[in-house]
Design a protein around this ligand. Sequence first.
Ligand SMILES: [Zn+2]
Length: 232
Amino acid sequence: MSNFDARTVPPSVLVLHYTGMKTGQEAIDRLRDPDARVSAHYVVEEDGRVFRLVDEGRRAWHAGTSFWRGRRNLNGESIGIEIVNPGHEWGYRAFPDAQIAAVTALVADIRTRWTIEDRDIVGHADVAPARKDDPGELFPWKRLAEAGHGLWVEPAAAPGLPFGEGEEGAAVFALQAGFTRLGYDLPPSGRFDADTAAVVRAFQRHWRQSKVDGIADGETRAQLIALLRLAA
Ligand SMILES: [Zn+2]
Protein backbone atom coordinates (compact mmCIF):
# COMPACT_ATOMS: atom_id res chain seq x y z
CA MET A 1 0.00 0.00 0.00
CA SER A 2 1.12 3.52 -0.70
CA ASN A 3 -0.33 6.99 -0.50
CA PHE A 4 1.44 8.56 -3.50
CA ASP A 5 2.39 7.53 -7.01
CA ALA A 6 4.06 8.80 -10.19
CA ARG A 7 3.18 11.99 -12.05
CA THR A 8 2.69 12.17 -15.80
CA VAL A 9 2.62 15.97 -16.07
CA PRO A 10 4.46 18.68 -14.12
CA PRO A 11 2.49 20.41 -11.36
CA SER A 12 0.88 23.71 -12.38
CA VAL A 13 -1.55 24.28 -9.49
CA LEU A 14 -0.81 24.89 -5.82
CA VAL A 15 -3.57 23.77 -3.43
CA LEU A 16 -3.54 25.03 0.16
CA HIS A 17 -5.37 23.09 2.87
CA TYR A 18 -5.86 23.12 6.57
CA THR A 19 -5.36 19.81 8.33
CA GLY A 20 -8.72 19.94 10.17
CA MET A 21 -7.55 17.72 13.01
CA LYS A 22 -7.17 18.42 16.73
CA THR A 23 -3.35 18.49 16.65
CA GLY A 24 -0.59 18.81 14.10
CA GLN A 25 0.92 15.51 15.17
CA GLU A 26 -2.34 13.67 14.61
CA ALA A 27 -2.51 15.15 11.10
CA ILE A 28 1.10 14.26 10.28
CA ASP A 29 0.63 10.69 11.52
CA ARG A 30 -2.44 10.27 9.34
CA LEU A 31 -0.80 11.81 6.27
CA ARG A 32 2.17 9.46 6.73
CA ASP A 33 -0.06 6.40 7.10
CA PRO A 34 -0.11 4.50 3.79
CA ASP A 35 -3.43 2.89 4.73
CA ALA A 36 -5.14 6.27 5.15
CA ARG A 37 -4.93 6.77 1.38
CA VAL A 38 -4.39 10.50 1.79
CA SER A 39 -1.17 12.47 1.62
CA ALA A 40 0.26 15.87 0.86
CA HIS A 41 3.65 17.14 -0.22
CA TYR A 42 4.11 19.35 2.83
CA VAL A 43 2.72 19.99 6.28
CA VAL A 44 3.38 23.35 7.94
CA GLU A 45 3.04 23.38 11.73
CA GLU A 46 1.70 26.35 13.68
CA ASP A 47 5.23 27.18 14.89
CA GLY A 48 6.53 27.31 11.32
CA ARG A 49 8.19 23.88 11.10
CA VAL A 50 7.85 22.41 7.61
CA PHE A 51 7.63 18.64 7.05
CA ARG A 52 8.13 17.23 3.58
CA LEU A 53 6.07 14.06 3.22
CA VAL A 54 6.01 13.40 -0.52
CA ASP A 55 8.57 14.43 -3.15
CA GLU A 56 7.26 17.21 -5.42
CA GLY A 57 7.99 15.02 -8.40
CA ARG A 58 5.42 12.51 -7.23
CA ARG A 59 1.65 12.70 -7.04
CA ALA A 60 0.23 13.09 -3.53
CA TRP A 61 -3.42 12.39 -2.77
CA HIS A 62 -4.70 15.61 -1.29
CA ALA A 63 -7.27 17.16 -3.63
CA GLY A 64 -9.70 14.32 -4.36
CA THR A 65 -12.53 15.06 -6.77
CA SER A 66 -11.64 18.56 -7.87
CA PHE A 67 -11.50 21.08 -10.69
CA TRP A 68 -9.72 24.33 -11.50
CA ARG A 69 -9.46 26.20 -14.79
CA GLY A 70 -10.26 23.25 -17.04
CA ARG A 71 -8.23 20.70 -15.12
CA ARG A 72 -10.12 17.94 -13.34
CA ASN A 73 -8.96 15.75 -10.44
CA LEU A 74 -5.96 17.86 -9.61
CA ASN A 75 -3.71 15.46 -7.70
CA GLY A 76 -1.72 14.75 -10.84
CA GLU A 77 -1.20 18.41 -11.67
CA SER A 78 -0.81 20.00 -8.28
CA ILE A 79 1.31 20.37 -5.18
CA GLY A 80 -0.56 20.15 -1.89
CA ILE A 81 0.37 22.00 1.29
CA GLU A 82 -1.42 21.07 4.52
CA ILE A 83 -1.41 23.92 7.04
CA VAL A 84 -1.97 22.79 10.61
CA ASN A 85 -5.23 24.21 12.01
CA PRO A 86 -8.09 22.41 13.78
CA GLY A 87 -10.45 23.78 11.15
CA HIS A 88 -14.14 24.56 11.34
CA GLU A 89 -14.90 21.24 13.00
CA TRP A 90 -12.46 21.37 15.92
CA GLY A 91 -12.03 25.06 16.74
CA TYR A 92 -11.00 27.13 13.76
CA ARG A 93 -8.44 29.74 14.75
CA ALA A 94 -6.10 32.35 13.30
CA PHE A 95 -2.97 31.11 11.53
CA PRO A 96 0.06 32.32 13.56
CA ASP A 97 2.57 34.68 11.92
CA ALA A 98 5.39 32.11 12.08
CA GLN A 99 3.24 29.62 10.23
CA ILE A 100 2.26 32.09 7.50
CA ALA A 101 5.89 33.16 7.09
CA ALA A 102 6.83 29.51 6.60
CA VAL A 103 4.00 28.91 4.12
CA THR A 104 5.05 32.01 2.16
CA ALA A 105 8.69 30.91 2.00
CA LEU A 106 7.65 27.42 0.97
CA VAL A 107 5.40 28.71 -1.82
CA ALA A 108 8.22 30.95 -3.08
CA ASP A 109 10.60 27.99 -3.05
CA ILE A 110 8.19 25.69 -4.89
CA ARG A 111 7.66 28.34 -7.58
CA THR A 112 11.38 28.41 -8.35
CA ARG A 113 11.04 24.80 -9.56
CA TRP A 114 7.66 24.74 -11.33
CA THR A 115 5.61 27.11 -13.47
CA ILE A 116 2.63 27.98 -11.28
CA GLU A 117 0.67 31.11 -12.17
CA ASP A 118 -0.71 33.43 -9.49
CA ARG A 119 -4.27 32.54 -10.51
CA ASP A 120 -3.51 28.87 -9.92
CA ILE A 121 -2.64 29.31 -6.23
CA VAL A 122 -5.92 28.29 -4.63
CA GLY A 123 -7.59 26.69 -1.65
CA HIS A 124 -9.04 23.22 -1.41
CA ALA A 125 -12.49 24.87 -1.14
CA ASP A 126 -11.90 26.61 -4.47
CA VAL A 127 -11.29 23.32 -6.26
CA ALA A 128 -13.96 21.32 -4.38
CA PRO A 129 -16.52 23.92 -3.21
CA ALA A 130 -19.39 21.55 -2.46
CA ARG A 131 -17.23 19.31 -0.23
CA LYS A 132 -14.54 21.44 1.36
CA ASP A 133 -14.10 24.64 3.39
CA ASP A 134 -10.32 24.75 3.78
CA PRO A 135 -8.10 26.62 4.37
CA GLY A 136 -11.04 28.91 5.07
CA GLU A 137 -11.81 32.55 5.66
CA LEU A 138 -9.09 33.08 8.30
CA PHE A 139 -6.30 32.21 5.89
CA PRO A 140 -4.47 35.46 5.01
CA TRP A 141 -4.49 35.24 1.21
CA LYS A 142 -3.85 38.98 1.14
CA ARG A 143 -0.52 38.59 2.94
CA LEU A 144 0.51 35.79 0.61
CA ALA A 145 -0.34 37.98 -2.38
CA GLU A 146 1.57 40.92 -0.93
CA ALA A 147 4.59 38.64 -0.85
CA GLY A 148 4.05 38.02 -4.56
CA HIS A 149 1.98 34.83 -4.59
CA GLY A 150 -1.63 34.57 -5.73
CA LEU A 151 -4.30 36.98 -6.94
CA TRP A 152 -5.66 39.63 -4.62
CA VAL A 153 -7.83 42.71 -4.96
CA GLU A 154 -9.05 44.61 -1.92
CA PRO A 155 -12.84 44.18 -1.52
CA ALA A 156 -14.79 47.43 -1.90
CA ALA A 157 -18.41 48.31 -1.25
CA ALA A 158 -20.40 48.19 -4.47
CA PRO A 159 -24.05 48.87 -5.27
CA GLY A 160 -26.40 46.22 -6.59
CA LEU A 161 -29.10 44.00 -5.19
CA PRO A 162 -27.90 40.77 -3.62
CA PHE A 163 -29.05 37.57 -5.21
CA GLY A 164 -29.04 34.05 -3.92
CA GLU A 165 -30.45 30.58 -4.14
CA GLY A 166 -33.64 30.18 -6.17
CA GLU A 167 -33.12 33.16 -8.47
CA GLU A 168 -32.92 32.75 -12.22
CA GLY A 169 -32.03 34.80 -15.23
CA ALA A 170 -29.36 36.43 -17.34
CA ALA A 171 -27.61 38.01 -14.36
CA VAL A 172 -27.20 34.60 -12.73
CA PHE A 173 -25.90 33.19 -16.01
CA ALA A 174 -23.34 36.02 -16.25
CA LEU A 175 -22.28 35.47 -12.64
CA GLN A 176 -21.73 31.75 -13.24
CA ALA A 177 -19.78 32.52 -16.42
CA GLY A 178 -17.56 34.86 -14.41
CA PHE A 179 -16.81 32.21 -11.77
CA THR A 180 -16.07 29.72 -14.55
CA ARG A 181 -13.61 32.14 -16.14
CA LEU A 182 -11.82 32.57 -12.85
CA GLY A 183 -11.46 28.80 -12.57
CA TYR A 184 -14.41 27.32 -10.69
CA ASP A 185 -16.39 24.32 -11.91
CA LEU A 186 -19.73 26.04 -12.50
CA PRO A 187 -21.18 25.55 -15.99
CA PRO A 188 -23.60 28.48 -16.48
CA SER A 189 -27.25 27.45 -16.27
CA GLY A 190 -28.93 30.73 -15.32
CA ARG A 191 -30.26 29.10 -12.13
CA PHE A 192 -28.77 30.05 -8.78
CA ASP A 193 -28.72 26.53 -7.31
CA ALA A 194 -26.94 24.88 -4.38
CA ASP A 195 -23.76 24.41 -6.44
CA THR A 196 -23.73 28.11 -7.25
CA ALA A 197 -24.13 29.00 -3.58
CA ALA A 198 -21.24 26.65 -2.73
CA VAL A 199 -19.00 28.39 -5.26
CA VAL A 200 -20.00 31.82 -3.92
CA ARG A 201 -19.10 30.65 -0.39
CA ALA A 202 -15.73 29.27 -1.55
CA PHE A 203 -15.02 32.52 -3.38
CA GLN A 204 -15.91 34.53 -0.29
CA ARG A 205 -13.68 32.39 1.95
CA HIS A 206 -10.79 33.29 -0.35
CA TRP A 207 -11.50 36.79 -1.62
CA ARG A 208 -14.26 38.43 0.50
CA GLN A 209 -13.57 37.04 3.92
CA SER A 210 -15.60 39.49 6.02
CA LYS A 211 -18.90 37.81 5.09
CA VAL A 212 -19.22 34.20 3.94
CA ASP A 213 -22.91 33.60 3.26
CA GLY A 214 -23.22 32.23 -0.29
CA ILE A 215 -25.15 35.29 -1.40
CA ALA A 216 -23.81 37.19 -4.41
CA ASP A 217 -24.10 40.72 -3.12
CA GLY A 218 -22.77 43.79 -4.93
CA GLU A 219 -19.39 43.62 -3.22
CA THR A 220 -18.91 39.94 -4.06
CA ARG A 221 -19.78 40.54 -7.71
CA ALA A 222 -17.52 43.59 -7.96
CA GLN A 223 -14.69 41.60 -6.40
CA LEU A 224 -15.12 38.83 -8.97
CA ILE A 225 -15.01 41.34 -11.84
CA ALA A 226 -11.91 43.03 -10.41
CA LEU A 227 -10.12 39.69 -10.09
CA LEU A 228 -11.04 38.72 -13.65
CA ARG A 229 -9.55 41.99 -14.87
CA LEU A 230 -6.38 41.27 -12.92
CA ALA A 231 -6.16 37.70 -14.22
CA ALA A 232 -6.80 38.64 -17.84
ZN1 LIG B 1 -8.07 19.98 2.17
